[in-house]
Design a protein. Structure first.
Length: 127
């Protein structure tokens, strides 16, 4: 089965360069606004194994929002119970997903470290 120049059966090299890890990501069917939370069980430059309640069939085009990488287009390559493999249309750098989340001005307050940026002038008050 071919989708966007990507052959789902050409995934024989999936053992090479795969990292086992546990991350959370958002996934959605291509063109759909509804996002599903999935667990990323392993990740390589060419694809990933996701686990979650998202209902897909082999050959379905999906989009996955990976930490520090962003939205990635892919095609469902296989399904087993609540796990499924996604072959990416374009390769990614899986090491970026392992890096800590970058904190910037656009980062929500609940994600920022509690003690970061204590700019109080003068000595701290003793209680």
């Amino acid at each position: 089965m071919k989708a966007a120049g990507l052959s789902v059966t050409d995934i024989d090299q999936r053992q090479l360069g795969r990292d086992s890890l546990f991350l959370l990501a958002e996934a959605r069917l291509a063109g759909d606004a509804i996002e599903h939370r999935v667990k990323v069980r392993n990740l390589s430059a060419g694809g990933m194994m996701a686990e979650g309640a998202m209902k897909v069939v082999r050959g379905t085009r999906v989009e996955v929002n990976l930490r520090n990488i962003g939205w990635v287009d892919g095609v469902v390559a296989w399904i087993q119970d609540n796990r499924f493999g996604i072959a990416f249309v374009d390769q990614v750098d899986p090491k970026l997903a392992r890096e800590p989340v970058k904190i910037g001005a656009g980062t929500p307050r609940f994600v920022k470290p509690v003690l970061a940026g204590n700019n109080a002038a003068g000595p701290l008050r003793k209680i």
